[in-house]
Design a protein. Structure first.
Lengths: 166, 166
DNA sequence: ATGTACTTTCAAGAAATTTTGAAACTATTG
DNA sequence: CAATAGTTTCAAAATTTCTTGAAAGTACAT
């Protein structure tokens, strides 16, 4: 397989993967493109490679920067901005965990807390509260496990953890 | 808070959570509804509680059954089918991991394998292959970690693992 | 074998999400 | 300060995804 084919296949697959993870196709593709780029790319370069509009490129780049997956790079003497991706896969995943934990898991824990105070002694209420508590317990555990995971470093993840759980 | 309010809030939140995980709102809500139900519900019950059409209920129930998150239950003497959810949170998460691993991670590993055979000695190709290999290495590790996690039992997860990583 | 109770399918419509592109904005240069 | 180079915004258009509902299908009961 040659480079243009391979690149295209990678951009397609990464984009599709994004879709099933609630990340829009273009955002995933911009990220993919920057990950395999040997140097920083300009908005222009990205628009051209992915055949997307300026607005689209700009919005998704901004979102990627928010997630800590892409950084702006200013080149001396150049007026325009360039972009580079975080290329350390462990950091990429860590940032995603941090963001999603904050935006999804934590608010859910808050809701579950409120819900466990529902009152009543009919079977429906009892089952409701029982289940909410089970979900809450599980979620809190997931939450602290993720905290630990995020604090841990890559070596630990790929080394110790793997051996330990074998 | 009373039960109808609490229930509604739970259905809404769980539905919203689903959306950010590539699961459609209705599927997540049916799942939520069944998780908190003290007994099995019929398609009819579900349509009514969630105000959705028969077709929608049917399709999403089928998908939930595929994922192993919901089961059909036949009541003696009743012609219609009833549905119950898997209520053990650990099993719920395990099934989701199994399915997504199969549908997303494994195909991606295959693609990455093909891509690492791209040939060329310009910097672009070199960076491409380097990055693909890094992603592949990381993904394989994630893959086997998930395998182990899935084999492990709930007690292990909530007990040993938590203490160990503290 | 006909009627009845229920489930499944799927094309068309509705809704949600994504993308575009042009105008507004900002910063730099001469 | 006017021109230039670039970035940002956002309403409208395009696309994708989800939902509906009615027709077809299935299977049980009489």
């Amino acid at each position: 397989m040659n480079l243009p084919e391979g690149k295209d296949k990678f951009l397609q697959s990464w984009g599709a993967l994004g879709s099933s993870w609630g990340v829009n196709r273009t955002m995933a593709q911009i990220h993919a493109l920057l990950m395999i780029a040997p140097q920083a790319l300009s908005a222009e370069d990205i628009m051209e490679e992915l055949k997307i509009s300026r607005g689209n490129a700009n919005m998704n780049l901004r979102a990627l920067i928010d997630w800590g997956l892409v950084f702006k790079e200013l080149k001396a003497g150049e007026r325009k901005e360039f972009f580079v991706a975080e290329k350390d896969m462990w950091k990429v995943v860590k940032n995603i965990i941090i963001q999603r934990k904050k935006k999804e898991l934590e608010p859910m824990l808050k809701v579950l807390d409120e819900l466990s105070s529902v009152e009543g002694n009919d079977p429906e209420t009892e089952e409701f509260v029982r289940m909410i508590k089970e979900i809450k317990l599980f979620s809190s555990k997931a939450d602290s496990t993720l905290d630990t995971l995020v604090k841990a470093d890559s070596n630990w993840f790929v080394g110790t953890f793997m051996k330990m759980i074998k």
